[in-house]
Design a protein around this ligand. Structure first.
Ligand code: HEC
Ligand code: HEC
Length: 322
């Protein structure tokens, strides 16, 4: 979560290639990566109301738009604080932040999403939010460097709530420069080894989004929805293994199927999530060490639903080292 600093695979090897290839290779990588970055993807986009209309439960209020707005912002705040790590890259105040700052990889920056001067999203429509967050594609159709696989399964109402919350924050006047790629990142993009989320879409950008999330009850259906935020690292089958798009120094993601969490109780799981320690009490390493910041804001129902789902998945061995 957060910290999903998608740096890259085979960085060392590529540095070698660049040194051998010399100036000619560097120029080639620069041109070829520019071509890759300019490539566009067509995505069917979905609009949704902002704020999400108040349900029948709030009928009878005197000002239903105001009520809907208050409810949407409250739900969005929870999503940002407990489930979606947008602030890790866009800044705690959403005025801009850093995903990667490294001489080899470059400066990959999360732009200002507030309503202040320098906002990248001031004129965004619901369709624009859908395209970037749930498909990894920018308004001009180019593929974003931002990792968004963990957001693909967001329902319309959740995305609407996230946007309502971000727009309710105090405006920050800050212009974040456009990201610049370092030589290794350019070579990865040029050779097709950079993992663009847009290219990993499970339904190739077809298929509708759910309008609403599953009911918030402590069952495996809601848990399966929540687990989408874990699959970028722990994989769709939860068996873990090397983190495909993580930097080389990250440990493999743990196996969360019964083949890995042998003998774990619900309490062991809660402790790992909220305190960042394994069953034997030893600390979990980065990037899992960031989880408690979010998990301490998860409700007990969310935690129980996650466990309800995790307990039902079949045992699978972890993927081998890369
Ligand atoms: C791991 C870091 C990271 C996370 C987490 C992240 N972003 Fe981003 N985001 C970026 C970067 C980097 C960019 C810059 C554009 C690009 O990727 O090419 C970006 C760009 C954007 C843009 C503007 C695209 C444009 O140029 O028009 C929006 C809107 C956005 N992100 C929304 C979100 C939301 C909402 C979330 C959480 C649900 C989120 N981001 C989570 C890194 C991140
Ligand atoms: C950014 C990547 C990332 C994300 C996202 C992530 N994890 Fe992890 N997780 C890891 C890594 C890596 C480890 C292993 C850490 C170590 O070995 O020190 C781990 C370890 C764990 C463990 C400890 C298991 C053990 O055997 O020690 C649990 C439980 C866990 N994760 C649950 C989750 C759940 C549930 C989610 C989603 C809500 C999640 N993780 C999201 C990377 C991630």
């Amino acid at each position: 979560m957060g910290i999903i600093k998608k740096v890259a695979i085979g960085v060392g090897g590529l540095v070698g290639v660049l040194v051998v290839a010399g100036v000619g290779g560097y120029v080639w990588a620069g041109n070829a990566s520019a071509t890759q970055l300019a490539r566009t993807v067509t995505v069917p986009t979905t609009g949704f109301p902002m704020p999400w209309p108040a349900g029948a439960d709030s009928a009878g209020g005197t000002d239903s738009t105001a009520m809907a707005t208050t409810a949407a912002i409250a739900r969005g705040k929870h999503l940002i604080e407990a489930r979606y790590p947008c602030a890790e890259c866009h800044g705690a105040d959403f005025g801009g932040g850093t995903m990667v700052d490294d001489p080899a990889m470059g400066q990959i920056l999360g732009p200002n999403l507030t309503t202040g001067a320098g906002s990248r999203t001031a004129s965004y429509t619901a369709e624009d939010w859908d395209r970037i967050v749930r498909h990894g594609v920018k308004p001009d159709g180019t593929r974003a460097l931002m990792p968004s696989e963990d957001f693909f399964a967001m329902s319309d109402r959740e995305l609407s709530d996230v946007v309502m919350y971000i727009r309710s924050l105090p405006p920050v006047d800050k212009t974040v420069p456009v990201s610049t790629l370092g030589p290794v990142a350019k070579a990865l993009v040029a050779t097709g080894k950079w993992t663009f989320s847009a290219d990993m879409h499970p339904t190739k950008h077809e298929g509708a989004h759910a309008a609403l999330p599953p009911a918030e009850v402590a069952d495996a259906t809601f848990g399966k929805h929540l687990v989408q935020g874990c699959t970028g690292c722990h994989r769709a089958n939860l068996a873990g293994g090397p983190i495909v798009a993580g930097p080389p120094n990250w440990p493999p993601a743990a196996n969360l199927t019964p083949a890995g969490l042998t003998g774990w109780s619900y309490d062991d799981f809660v402790r790992a999530m909220r305190e960042g320690v394994r069953k034997d009490g030893t600390p979990l390493r980065e990037p899992m060490s960031v989880m408690p910041k979010f998990a301490k804001n998860m409700t007990d129902v969310e935690m129980q639903a996650l466990w309800a789902y995790i307990s039902t998945v079949p045992a699978v061995e972890s993927a081998p080292a890369k």
